[in-house]
Design a protein around this ligand. Structure first.
Ligand code: GAR
Length: 212
């Protein structure tokens, strides 16, 4: 019998390239998961259009419509429960969340650097790659980690390393890192699925880190 696909909620704030990668992987039969809903923190995010094109349910939750971070997080996870999410994947989602007890180690994030380097508030997208180039490091990469109540923090599941080349621009570097992200996120999710099958529950995890 085919195993049941894991029920994912994907959260976006922007372009949705990470969401698209997951949609494509699932459609190609390369990830045993089902996206049961998409939460966007912006109504005008291109990620919303990508979700609609793929026929996925979308809910927009804007931080400014909630008086407190707690109220925003409550609405976010109430929606996840309504969709019976087993795993939440942040995909370029730029809002902080307070993780309720039933979602501890059930929320994943991908970040375009080797955390803890180049993480934290304001460190997203091109800002990360610009900072990497300014610093002059010879290596960067991406990190998949469990989300806790701090930005870009929480136990690391997997990292992939990417070289920084002498003639890199932020765009070129972003492209190279994103290629690594497209492998790292599905790999990490697949690992969670395997753990879930073995243990009957997606918690607790503290997966191995690895190079590219
Ligand atoms: C990805 O590079 C992801 O690592 C980054 O946003 C990009 C995806 O955006 N996330 C962060 O920087 C989180 N701190 P998109 O899916 O909207 O294109």
């Amino acid at each position: 019998m085919m195993p049941e696909p894991m029920r994912l909620v994907v959260a976006v704030s922007g372009n949705g390239t990470t969401l698209q990668n997951l949609i494509d992987r699932i459609a190609a039969g390369r990830l045993c998961a089902r996206i049961v809903g998409v939460i966007s923190s912006r109504g005008d995010a291109f990620g919303v259009q990508r979700a609609q094109t793929a026929g996925l349910p979308v809910v927009v939750l804007r931080r400014r419509d909630f008086p407190t971070l707690q109220a925003f997080s409550d609405a976010f996870f109430a929606q996840c429960r309504q969709w019976h999410a087993e795993l939440v994947c942040l995909a370029g989602f730029l809002q902080k969340l307070q993780i309720p007890p039933d979602f501890v180690q059930r929320v994943l994030n991908i970040h375009p650097s080797l955390l803890p380097a180049f993480g934290g508030q304001g460190m997203y997208g091109h800002f990360v790659h610009e900072a990497v180039l300014r610093t002059g490091v010879s290596e960067t990469g991406c990190t998949v980690h469990w989300v806790d109540d701090e930005y870009d923090h929480g136990p690391i599941l997997l990292q992939k390393r990417v070289p920084v080349l002498p003639d890199d621009t932020p765009e070129r570097l972003a492209h190279r890192v994103f290629r690594a992200e497209c492998e790292a996120y599905p790999e990490a999710i697949e690992w969670v699925i395997q753990q879930h099958r073995q243990q009957g529950t997606p918690t607790p995890f503290s997966g191995p880190t690895q190079g590219s």
